[in-house]
Design a protein around this ligand. Structure first.
Ligand SMILES: Nc1nc2c(c(=O)[nH]1)N[C@H]1C(S)=C(S)[C@@H](COP(=O)(O)O)O[C@H]1N2
Ligand SMILES: [Mo]
Length: 437
């Protein structure tokens, strides 16, 4: 098995400057490189437990001796229990059993970065931050955070974000990219304004067709002129009630990793539609063609491809709604359960812009299924929580399988669905192991 957690020493040995960034949040700065300062220094000081008087002499990439002796896996500031899949850029998923809360807390929400966190976000400094709205609008806008708070109706909604590549690890032949298993998904409560209200204030023109988003994250090359990612969605998605420009996550400023101070939240669509560190909305009269909108990014073949098949670019279509899916978040896979008492099994289910109709469980490898108790979503765009009391007839090793069915009658497959070149949209049913003794 591939090792996913890495010790501090290993990290520093491989990529010292990157390690500074990952552990202490130091990002490359224009004109000044090689020394720790600002938020990165503050974080390092906090971790050591005191200030560092000669910090100006401390070379970047020097593992502080205070930590050099530990073999603890490095932890991500503000996150708890996440599994790191890649550390440059930082990508980390949440094990299924840590997604048990009905609303995902900030310390458990996954992180998917294509580049590096911008320095002002790292410092949680929103002063001077603006979001520009231009393109196919009557009145281009430049909105400050105060404008967002004061000039629009502020709404609060639980909204699901799932990475388009969640489940990629299941594809064979393997697809390049983060090998997400199950946990590139979360449903936090977001506070912000409706995307639609912003478009209406700007006076969106009839020619408007698509949105294009820009954020201020830094390209891995360190080149500030390179766009890390710039995606968007059709105007109809922008006009939905639950598409937000958000500035709080679970009642707190959005964590730096998750897009401080302002981001798009477009629930039910690939997470890449939810631009973090948002600085600009460009309303387009054509399908947006920004970085990672074209080619093979966030696209799947229009037809069923054979595993490993080379698919022509023109046969690739943009992913819109995410497919029907569910997770078993309790118990943790592999736990033991005492014979005799029923076991409460629970989790969440979701699908694109629609609803889940039923959630079924099997303990006999799919021969028979029982219905779980399924809640309505707390609002459209949230996942639906479910639970069931499961009884086991004898001692032994069981698997609990869970599969959701949406309101169009579409059910999760038990096997890995349609292979595609970049490994998107694996919505196969989740299974856990339970030892009954
Ligand atoms: N600016 C910017 N926005 C971004 C990304 C990014 O790399 N840069 N990653 C996207 C992708 S691919 C996903 S899945 C979600 C992840 O959101 P999270 O990190 O808050 O979980 O953010 C999206 N927004
Ligand atoms: Mo993603």
């Amino acid at each position: 098995m591939k090792r996913k957690e890495r010790g501090l020493c290993e990290l520093y040995a491989e990529d010292p400057e990157g390690a500074d960034y990952r552990v202490f949040g130091r990002v490359p700065e224009k004109n000044r490189r090689g020394f720790l300062k600002g938020a990165g220094l503050a974080a390092m000081g906090a971790a050591i437990g005191t200030t560092i008087p000669f910090s100006r002499n401390m070379p970047a990439g020097l593992i502080p001796a205070a930590f050099a002796e530990t073999s603890e896996p490095f932890t991500i500031k503000g996150k708890d229990g996440l599994v790191v899949l890649n550390d440059r850029p930082l990508n980390a998923e949440t094990p299924a059993y840590l997604l048990d809360d009905p609303i995902t807390p900030n310390n458990r929400h996954f992180i998917r970065n294509n580049g590096m966190v911008p320095e002002n976000a790292e410092a949680m400094d929103a002063s001077g931050w603006t979001v520009t709205v231009d393109g196919e609008v009557a009145t281009p806008l430049t909105l400050t955070l105060d404008d967002l708070r004061n000039k629009f109706e502020v709404v609060k909604m639980a909204l699901l974000i799932e990475c388009g590549g969640n489940g990629r690890a299941g594809f064979n032949p393997p697809a390049k990219g983060n090998q997400w298993t199950l946990g590139a998904v979360g449903c936090a409560e977001w506070t912000g304004v409706r995307y639609r209200d912003i478009l209406e204030m700007a006076g969106v023109k009839p020619s408007a067709k698509y949105t294009g988003h820009f954020g201020s994250d830094v390209h891995l090359s360190g080149d500030f002129d390179k766009v890390v990612i710039s995606r968007g969605f059709p105007i109809d998605k922008a006009m939905m009630d639950n598409t937000l420009v958000a500035f709080e996550m679970n009642g707190q400023p959005i964590p730096s990793w998750n897009g401080f101070p302002v981001r798009v939240v477009a629930p039910g669509w690939p997470g890449s539609c939810s631009q973090k560190w948002l600085t600009r909305i460009w309303v387009r009269d054509v399908e947006h063609d920004g970085t990672k909108m074209t080619g093979y990014s966030y696209r799947v073949p229009r037809y069923r491809a054979e595993p490993g098949e080379k698919v022509a670019k023109e046969d690739m279509a943009i992913i819109e709604e995410m497919p029907v899916k569910s997770l078993i978040t309790f118990p943790k896979s592999g736990e033991s359960h005492a014979m005799g008492s029923p076991l409460e099994v629970r989790g969440h289910a979701w699908v694109g812009d629609r609803m889940i109709k039923t959630m079924d469980l099997s303990i006999d490898y799919g021969a028979t299924w029982m219905k779980a108790d399924l809640d309505a979503p707390v609002n459209e765009g949230a996942w639906q929580n479910w639970r069931a009391k499961v009884e086991f007839p004898t001692k032994g090793y069981y698997e609990v399988w869970g599969r959701a069915t949406d309101d169009a009658g579409v059910t999760q497959p038990m096997v890995v669905p349609g292979w595609n070149p970049r490994g998107y949209l694996n919505n196969s049913a989740h299974r856990i192991a339970v030892k009954v003794g």
